[in-house]
Design a protein around this ligand. Structure first.
Ligand SMILES: [Zn+2]
Length: 416
């Protein structure tokens, strides 16, 4: 097995960063990076990727969902496929690394492998859509890859354009969408992604394998009391909806702090009528609850909703609650994540696995293929912001671990 002592990982890392910066210049909003699903600058991203892939002798294509593909075939007739993928769309006013880093690292790994034969096909995918910005629903790209995008075709964007029309307008053939579903045997899916959180940095670690993508539930809640004069209504006769909400917010924080791994957030609140001299008669707010284990999340949200009910009763408020979304946790594949752990250890990185609190394409691929993710430290924990960054030495470490993972996987496939 090659030991890659000749490989200049530092240069490959530098190249990956330069490539992220190049892709970040392709934007639909001058002066900032905004690149939504099937927007015009996605064409520039694709042609730029084509050039880099051509230099590696890869076979490239774009499927009907606008996903970009580059494949390196194995000479082995029995070979299965390893997918290395991430997304190419961005949030509005984004940073340069959320998404594209995973795609350029895929190409970087293929470059590091050189002409070393491995007993699996290597397939790099740049997903057309992950963020859910344009159509309000995320994962259009990865859902096309696993064959579950059809039900999304009639969704509309802010301009009333459907997914179906957007695909046609971009010059792709929507009738070929079913062919975007990946056929052939997939041995695994690997996604490199910036952590987008502060955990690795707080631990002093460059990299971490992901054990699961947390499940999440979102609720709309409303307390209704009675708006009244702020000067004339004594405290004991008030039915203040906003103080009820305040009590709930603190209760949610306390419960999340007491439950390992649980995060609970009230991220939006509105008090009505909203005047400094009027007792708030209504408070509308949201609740977002996440945990790696669905059972823990469900138990926590049941308790939180009971708490809201108790607060309402004690304060003579009425309570309305509605579930906005509920997504199960996606455990990453134990074997591949174990292999990633071995690769990390071999390259001198310790530490336990992390749970991803944010959603990722690996949630979609994880329903059909063994999937795993490697997180790269996010300095300052900053993401979805132009200040989002990544350290060159961490990217170099990710490439080293990636190559180690590919060689470990090759040994495993050979012994199959
Ligand atoms: Zn992302």
């Amino acid at each position: 097995m090659t030991n890659f002592t000749e490989t200049d990982f530092a240069s490959l890392a530098e190249q990956a960063l330069v490539r992220c910066h190049t892709l970040a210049t392709f934007t639909q909003e001058p002066g900032q990076l905004t690149r939504l699903f099937l927007s015009p600058p996605m064409r520039d991203v694709h042609s730029q990727l084509e050039g880099w892939a051509a230099a590696l002798g890869l076979e490239t294509s774009i499927d009907a969902a606008g996903n970009w593909h580059a494949v390196r075939h194995s000479a082995d007739l029995e070979a299965r496929t390893l997918l290395i993928a991430s997304h190419l769309d961005t949030v509005p006013n984004a940073g340069a690394y959320d998404g594209p880093l995973g795609v350029v690292l895929g190409l970087g790994l293929l470059e590091a492998l050189g002409d070393l034969a491995v007993p699996y096909h290597l397939h790099v995918v740049g997903f057309s859509e992950e963020e859910g910005v344009r159509f309000g629903v995320p994962f259009l790209g990865s859902r096309a890859l696993v064959g579950t995008a059809e039900p999304l075709l009639e969704l509309t964007d802010a301009a009333g354009v459907t997914v179906r029309q957007a695909i046609g307008d971009y010059g792709l053939d929507v009738s070929a969408l079913s062919e975007a579903r990946l056929r052939g045997e997939v041995l695994g899916y690997l996604e490199f992604h910036i952590e987008q959180g502060p955990v690795l940095e707080a631990d002093g670690r460059a990299l971490g394998a992901v054990s699961a993508v947390a499940g999440q539930s979102r609720f709309n809640l409303a307390f209704t009391g009675k708006a009244n004069h702020a000067g004339t209504t004594p405290m004991h006769l008030r039915r203040d909806a906003l103080t009820g909400a305040a009590e709930f917010i603190l209760a949610a924080e306390t419960q999340a702090r007491q439950t390992p791994g649980l995060v609970a957030t009230v991220g939006f609140i509105e008090a009505r009528p909203g005047a400094s001299n009027v007792i708030p008669g209504a408070a509308h707010f949201t609740l977002d609850v996440r945990h790696a284990e669905d059972e823990v999340r469900r138990r926590a949200q049941t308790e939180l909703l009971e708490t809201a009910g108790r607060i309402a009763a004690a304060r003579h408020l009425s309570l309305k609650q509605e579930v906005r979304m509920e997504v199960s946790a996606t455990p990453m594949d134990g074997v591949l994540t174990g292999l990633l752990g071995e690769a990390l250890e071999a390259e001198g990185h310790g530490g336990s696995t992390l749970v991803s609190g944010a959603g990722h394409d690996a949630m979609v691929t994880g329903t059909v293929w063994p999937s795993t993710m490697l997180f790269v430290r996010s300095p300052g924990g900053i993401s979805h912001h132009p200040d989002e960054t990544v350290l060159a030495e961490d990217v170099e470490a990710a490439l080293r671990v990636g190559v180690r993972f590919l060689t470990l996987l090759a040994e495993r496939e050979e012994g199959r």
